[in-house]
Design a protein around this ligand. Structure first.
Ligand SMILES: [Fe+2]
Length: 483
């Protein structure tokens, strides 16, 4: 069976490049001193197209370093899990004690910096990894032992405090997910276990000035697929209890239950499926509250990977989200169950109702904002157009939430745009005074560029020409040098 997540620009690359002094068209703003980094799946070995799910490919981080208006280097590096080191035929690295999570899969979803560390992030109980400035792998990250059992690909940084808020899920936690706050010292200072309806894939959450928002939506752990997962000994008891309980509830063929405990190889099926019987709900917890303070609001069944932003207004909570109509029903190789939309969910805390409205019905994904306004009222959002096949298109969408208009700029047919991060211009007054930055693939040349657009006009400011293509991937960020 063909698997489009292994074809075209989804196909993995096989070379780790180190290219210096890259050619640039246009002008890189001189204040941009730092690294643009982006993570994504890139299977190191041949994979079975029938089984491969895009979310399970080995992680590869791509980075471009900008300095004083020049593009100093491009590097791409696999995140070196023990399995990946073996696949590359490199000498095994001495094991380092950690409680970061499962090592079977690589960290392939996001890459950030926090407390002086560059972190390749993933979710679902799988370990995140610390990288060097030049993207080489250092060690699994458990935040100095303060946050065992896996983190998330989508922490959100409070722009007021610089702390990382997050919601982590893992099937071994049973019917709970964990809210955490990592301080600016890189250590967890608070964790709260939140009871949910089962074992959902909770890819993301929202943070407002006053609230933490949980998306408890009907994509849940599939024990048949999950039966193959082996977890580290210290995570094992709860995980095996959950597995046994779940497997007890569903009819599982003997060979599968016998397989419980086998290692989940990288590049395998994803153990999550759409569950039509699972109630779709949104939870609202005051930031300083506890598990008992969460209020739940029903929402039409759907899936959300990425909120654009969220904020409090009077006695409501406003959630702007990219809504997928379903997830993992027919397409089991990637996230493609029909066109998405940008929706606004307004939760009225007084009357206890959640109201849904459509802001933009163009299919889109990878929404980003000026993150200085995370959790606060904001005006502009940026997203990437998606085509009918669920693939990134050639256009950037700029949403003006004040005027309720959307501007689109197409880069032309041969281009495929990846997520674009907004980087503010220092001292800029307007919310869109800055650049949008991310990788753009050109199928005409089979190469990628790091593209910088003026966020106000969407005009191209600069293109950094890379020596290779960057496969379609997930999330990237601008990591400015420490000042
Ligand atoms: Fe994501």
């Amino acid at each position: 069976m063909a698997n489009k997540y292994l074809e075209g620009n989804f196909a993995p690359v096989h070379t780790e490049h180190t290219a210096v002094d890259l050619a640039v068209t246009g002008t890189i703003p001189e204040h941009l001193n730092g690294r643009y980094v982006r993570n994504g799946p890139n299977p190191v070995a041949e994979v079975d197209p029938d089984a491969y799910h895009w979310f399970t490919g080995d992680g590869m981080v791509h980075g471009v370093r900008l300095q004083d208006g020049r593009a100093q280097w491009y590097r791409n590096r696999w995140v070196r899990t023990p399995r990946l080191v073996a696949a590359l035929g490199e000498p095994p690295r001495p094991p380092r004690p950690h409680r970061a999570g499962m090592l079977g899969l690589g960290a392939n979803t996001n890459v950030i910096s926090h407390a002086g560390r560059t972190l390749a992030l993933v979710e679902g109980g799988v370990a995140s990894w610390e990288l060097t400035d030049e993207l080489d792998t250092l060690a699994p990250c458990d935040f100095d032992g303060t946050l065992p059992g896996g983190y998330t690909a989508h922490p959100q940084r409070d722009p007021g405090t610089g702390e990382l808020h997050a919601v982590s899920y893992f099937f071994g936690r049973g019917n709970t997910v964990q809210y955490s706050v990592i301080g600016t010292d890189g250590r967890a200072r608070r964790t709260v276990d939140i009871e949910v309806g089962g074992s959902p894939m909770m890819h993301n959450f929202s943070l407002t000035d006053q609230h933490v928002i949980f998306y408890d939506l009907p994509v849940t752990f599939d024990p048949v697929q999950g039966a193959q997962i082996t977890v580290p000994r210290w995570m094992r008891t709860p995980a095996q209890l959950v597995l046994s309980a779940l497997i007890g509830r569903v009819r599982v063929p003997d060979p599968i239950s016998a397989a419980v405990g086998r290692t989940l190889r990288g590049n395998a099926n994803l153990p999550y499926r759409w569950d039509p019987h699972y109630p779709a709900r949104v939870g609202v917890m005051p930031r300083a509250g506890g598990a008992d303070d969460v209020r739940w609001f029903d929402v039409e069944p759907c899936y959300v990977y990425h909120p654009l932003n969220a904020y409090d207004e009077d006695n409501t909570v406003v959630l702007d989200v990219v809504r997928h109509p379903k997830m993992f029903v027919r397409e089991l190789h990637g996230p493609n169950e029909g066109p998405t939309s940008l929706d606004r969910w307004t939760i009225d805390l007084a009357d206890g109702k959640l109201r849904e409205a459509r802001l933009d019905d163009r299919s889109q994904e990878f929404p980003r904002i000026d993150e200085r306004l995370l959790g606060r009222r904001y005006r502009y959002g940026y997203a990437i157009s998606f085509d009918t096949q669920g693939e990134a298109g050639d256009a950037i969408l700029k949403h003006d939430l004040a005027r309720t208009t959307t501007t689109a700029r197409s880069l032309g047919g041969g281009h495929r745009v990846g997520e674009l991060v907004f980087v503010p211009h220092p001292g800029g007054a307007a919310e869109d005074d800055g650049v949008l930055m991310g990788f753009v693939y050109n199928s005409d040349t089979d190469r990628s560029e790091l593209t910088l657009l003026d966020a106000a006009t969407l005009d191209t400011v600069a293109s950094v020409h890379l020596p290779a293509r960057v496969p379609h991937g997930f999330h990237g960020n601008w990591l400015p040098d420490a000042t």
